[in-house]
Design a protein around this ligand. Structure first.
Ligand code: NAD
Length: 393
């Protein structure tokens, strides 16, 4: 079939297998251009391993540390009529590249919130790895079924306490207008914490610990975003921020349990399938791209992850804040950088969008997430949507 992007609102409903594979190879090449991480982990479980920060974590662990990796994700396989989701193609490409490099890599494609996927992961670790010395928790999901009660919880992206009106960019129609988001109800706040808070991370660590598959000096890390004034009302101080605060509680509980040394890592804002769904974020990211590219401080997922391993997880001098979080958002949150964005923010209009912001870079990165706009790929060529992949399910 001819595979060209089908964008609907803030999602793209198809993906290009060769484009996705090229993206994975590009990230591997970046890691191979960096010094190897000698003190890095050797057996790694990544939950949420197929796209965004989780994929970059897996690539860093494998190609900078030489680690054997087990990846867990929830992605759509291809059919004869439909392409797979991007994460499916990414994971297939990652496994192929890892195997070519002589590295163990296996994956489970299923609901990480379920008891059965946790049990499968434990079984695979026991069979193949014995134990793991790093667990990366990088899930981003709009809903979660509680495995104990069967209740389905949905998360919302809403402010807390009062409504919030802000400038918003409609990335499809290229219109800029004010949007007002009504405050979340108590029930919505609780549900968002259930989905994106630390409970499932703790359940993973409990299950792995009880099964004896966590190595003695095992580390675990979960990811958060904090941001600054412009995004606080919809992120940091909103429902998602509340859920992310719960990660701090979970990190303390996991560390106290003695199962693993747990940290939350604060990463920078980037275009991923999850962040493009958050109101205000696309415009903020377009501005931060512009400013940080001009400053020479721009980073993608893979650059952030290499720094997380070398300046956070596997160094004797990690950059921790007062809440024991590893800070990789140091460049984004520099006072001068934020001041430039705050100055540009009120001036942006639909007419000057491409001058004042790097919306072009945002759009390119967005399409690239799905394997489109990648150099060297012929998007008019007849392309086979099926790829070889042997994921457990
Ligand atoms: P993403 O959408 O690119 O990746 C989400 C991953 O979770 C995918 O691998 C997907 O398959 C997996 N997943 C979702 N539901 C699942 C389920 N039920 N079972 C198994 N796997 C499932 O998201 P991302 O932006 O890389 O986010 C990862 C983490 O990083 C999140 O905690 C997010 O809050 C955090 N973070 C993101 C940003 C950003 O700007 N994108 C910034 C800082 C922190």
């Amino acid at each position: 079939m001819i595979i060209q992007p089908k964008v609907r609102g803030f999602i793209c409903t198809n993906a290009h297998p060769q484009g996705c594979a090229a993206n994975v190879r590009e990230q591997i090449a970046y890691i191979q251009s960096q010094p190897a991480i000698e003190k890095g982990p050797k057996r790694v479980l990544v939950v949420g391993a197929s796209t965004g920060y989780g994929l970059a974590s897996r690539i860093t662990a494998a190609f900078a540390c030489g680690a054997k990796t087990l990846g867990v994700f929830f992605e759509k396989p291809p059919t004869d009529k439909r392409t797979a989701s991007a994460g499916y193609y990414n994971a297939a490409a990652f496994e192929a590249e890892a195997h070519r490099a002589g590295l163990y890599a296996r994956s489970i494609n299923g609901d990480a919130f379920s008891d059965s996927v946790k049990a499968q992961a434990i079984e695979t670790i026991k069979e193949d790895l014995g134990q793991v010395d790093l667990v990366v928790y990088s899930l981003a999901s709009p809903r979660r079924t509680d495995p104990k009660t069967g209740t389905l919880y949905s998360s919302v992206l809403k402010p807390i306490g009062k409504s919030y009106t802000a400038k918003n960019l409609n990335t499809d129609k290229l219109e800029i207008s004010d949007i007002t988001v009504e405050p979340a109800s108590e029930e919505e706040i609780t549900s968002t914490v259930k989905v994106m808070g630390g409970e499932d991370w703790e359940l993973w660590m409990q299950a792995l610990g009880d099964a004896g598959v966590l190595a003695e000096n095992c580390k675990t890390v979960a990811y958060t975003y904090i941001g600054d004034k412009l995004t606080w009302p919809i992120y940091g101080h909103a429902t998602i921020g509340k859920a992310k605060e719960d990660l701090d509680r979970a990190a303390r509980a996991i560390s106290t349990s003695g199962r693993a040394a747990a940290n939350v890592a604060v990463l920078k804002a980037l275009v991923t399938q999850s962040s493009s769904a958050i109101p205000v974020m696309p415009l903020y990211i377009s501005l931060i791209y512009k400013v940080m590219k001009e400053e020479g401080t721009h980073e993608g997922c893979i650059e952030q992850l290499y720094r997380l391993f070398t300046e956070g997880l596997y160094t004797d001098t990690p950059r921790l804040d007062g809440h024991n979080r590893l800070r990789m958002d140091d460049r984004e949150l520099r006072r001068e950088t934020q001041a430039k964005i705050e100055k540009l923010w009120p001036a942006v209009t639909a007419e000057n969008l491409f001058d004042l912001t790097d919306f072009k870079g945002y759009q390119e990165d967005f399409l690239k997430l799905f394997g489109f706009g990648v150099e060297g790929i012929d998007y008019n060529a007849d392309t086979e949507p099926q790829v070889e992949a042997e994921f457990r399910a």
